[in-house]
Write a protein that binds this ligand. Structure first.
Ligand code: AMP
Length: 450
């Protein structure tokens, strides 16, 4: 066990390695940030056995799978027959790229940092090897999956049940905004896996309903989102109570320096698996920008919703108030729509998603709370009613459509004051987004009034 401090280690570059060798030896450079060096978790990080790779995490890209030749089938990944059955029942024919890369590594017990946006199949990429490891083992809490939002928590729980069908591996979702009783009962009965949001999990830890003593695997899902939401202290508190000999899997759509620091603190010699270019938008999505004065955005929305192909539409607004406003205006125009944001109760949010999934609601108007973790297969369109202020958020929002092999359209309403933000997004995407001008709506053809 070693304590590392900034400046104690030389920043010299290790000899150049092949991709595969890099993946085997890559280790986060300890002590690069004060948080990483001073945290208790950094102090318990065991020293790597192999040569020290001093590259920054962001430079380490593993594209080489451990198995020879790319695994074209789930069978070739070596997953247990009961898991293969569940995967076949889910209708999956072949693993997605993140699954091909991450599953063998996780099955070898490696720490993995998966850089993959939502819609790439990342949930199965960590869930399947976990189920494989837990199969037939002792009944005790062995795996904790932390997620930023209740919605993602429910969704990962659902995926776990789907992929773990018939395996005997038991999972409990633990999130806030609902009563404690049912969760307490589930924990008392005993489960192998908990999928939790950090705050509610800590509540249960404090009430001694859940113990970290026997944990073997920790997953930090959508780590960037968790940090954005201010969960760093809670994550630190939870992780510092888990054995340093655990396996840690961290997934993040983006790798800002904060996520890199988190990985340095909590992962041991991780292999970084990156699928697609960072910030690359789902390639099946057709993007378009509609220039429109702010005051005419609602009319444009109503106009677009007249198209029959717009049968399942997720509309994003920047604020809760904005979402409510759009829903009111849509109702006034005779369009059924429901709002989903943080002011709604958990029951209302769950019900809204359920009804949207079942096709009972055609239009769901949401703030960024719904941006990630929401798996609604078959969304036909995402509409950015407001241009997201962060380019990365654009990628996450449109990740709601075009999931897995489906196709979808992502439309962005751009008022004159949002032109600069759209240009920034285009720079991040590395290409211009098509402009669609509708006469009577485009601020090039009507007087800008806002
Ligand atoms: P995720 O990125 O984990 O949120 O998954 C996105 C979607 O892809 C979900 O609807 C999954 O059910 C689906 N999916 C995951 N793995 C596969 C696969 N190998 N083949 C087809 N669909 C998949």
């Amino acid at each position: 066990m070693t304590t590392t401090h900034p400046g104690k280690r030389s920043r010299t570059r290790a000899p150049r390695l092949s991709n595969t060798e890099q993946s085997q030896t890559a280790r986060p450079q300890a002590g690069a940030t004060p948080e990483a060096a001073e945290s208790p978790a950094a102090e318990v990080s065991p020293e790597p056995e192999g040569p020290l790779e001093t590259r920054a995490l962001r430079d380490v890209v593993t594209a080489e799978p451990l198995v020879e030749g790319r695994a074209a089938s789930f069978e070739s990944l070596g997953l247990a027959p009961s898991i293969l059955e569940a995967v076949a029942a889910a209708g999956y024919v072949a693993p997605t790229p993140i699954q091909r890369e991450a599953i063998p590594l996780a099955m070898h017990g490696r720490d993995v940092m998966g850089l993959a946006q939502t819609g790439t199949g990342k949930t199965a990429a960590f869930t399947l090897p976990i189920i494989h490891r837990l199969l037939g083992g002792p009944k005790r809490l062995r795996c904790l999956i932390l997620t930023p939002t209740r919605e993602l928590c429910q969704q990962v729980d659902e995926s776990f049940r789907k992929y773990g069908e018939g395996t005997g591996v038991e999972v409990a979702p633990i999130y806030g905004g609902v009563a404690y009783d049912a969760q307490e009962k589930a924990l008392e009965r005993g489960v192998d896996v908990i999928v939790a949001t950090p705050g509610r999990f800590i509540d249960h830890m404090e009430k001694r309903n859940a113990s970290l003593d026997s944990l073997e695997i920790l997953v930090l899902d959508e780590a960037d989102r968790m940090l954005d939401m201010g969960f760093a202290p809670q994550i630190n508190r939870i992780v510092s109570g888990i054995s340093p000999y655990r396996q840690t899997l961290l997934f993040s759509a983006t790798m800002p320096p904060e996520v890199e620091a988190l990985a340095r603190k909590y992962l041991r010699r991780p292999v970084v698996v990156q699928v697609g270019r960072r910030s690359a938008a789902a390639s099946t999505v057709r993007h378009a920008v509609y220039p429109v004065p702010r005051v005419r955005k609602n009319d444009l929305l109503v106009e677009l919703l007249r198209k029959p192909e717009m049968d399942s539409v997720l509309v994003f607004t920047r604020t809760k108030h904005g979402a409510d406003h759009v829903v009111r205006d849509l109702h006034a125009a005779g369009v059924e729509a429901t709002a989903m944001h943080a002011d709604k109760t958990q029951a209302q949010r769950t019900q809204a998603i359920e009804r949207f999934k079942l096709g009972e609601i055609r239009v769901l108007v949401a703030t960024d709370i719904a941006q990630r973790g929401l798996d609604i297969s078959g969304i036909s369109h995402v509409i950015n009613y407001d241009v997201p202020s962060q380019a990365e958020d654009y990628v996450h929002r449109i990740g709601r459509t075009g999931r897995a092999a489906a196709t979808g359209d992502a439309f962005t309403f751009m008022s004159a004051d949002e032109i600069a933000m759209v240009r920034t997004i285009e720079r991040v995407l590395g290409k211009p987004i098509e402009r669609i001008s509708i006469p009577g709506f485009d601020f090039g053809t009507v007087a800008e009034t806002d």
